[in-house]
Design a protein around this ligand. Sequence first.
Ligand code: FES
Length: 184
Amino acid sequence: MASTPADRHDTDADGTSVGRRSFLRWVSGVGAAISGVLVGIPVVRSFVSPVLIKPVATGWIKVADDTALLDVGAPVRVDFVKEQSDAWIESIAQNSVWLYSDDGEKFKAYNPRCTHLGCAYFYDKDTKTFGCPCHRGQFDVKTGAVLGGPPPRPLDELPVEVRDGVVFVQYKEFRLGIPERREA
Ligand code: FES
């Protein structure tokens, strides 16, 4: 059957309908636009300061539920899990602090890393001091002062608060191997 002028207008030389072709072009354009937006989101986020993305953290961590359960006159190491976020990456890290109290009311908290090169120190019950196994650093338990070895400064003390018998510590990391105390 011979085609009418209207049929010739709607059909290309290869027989494809012009209307169908326009529709397919429109669909692929919309698809490309959506893909561009989805790909663009992480790129835009990377240009925004992490401070704007990261939730504001106070840094206060509950390290002991009841001061009555802690030893008086001897330090105790308390382990905890800390949530941290770096830009949009969330992770958890196992960490610890050393707590010390003379009277069960006022507490001192120390970062658990030796100020020399960051080794974990321990409590030596015989000498009643903290000892570092890496290079024989030695620290006073009550003050954190260096008693011997190469550590260039006292232990890094952390802010500590007792609220209704619950102990909170503001955990921080510090630069190692230097005489000044500077946050990392
Ligand atoms: S890391 Fe502690 S004394 Fe060297």
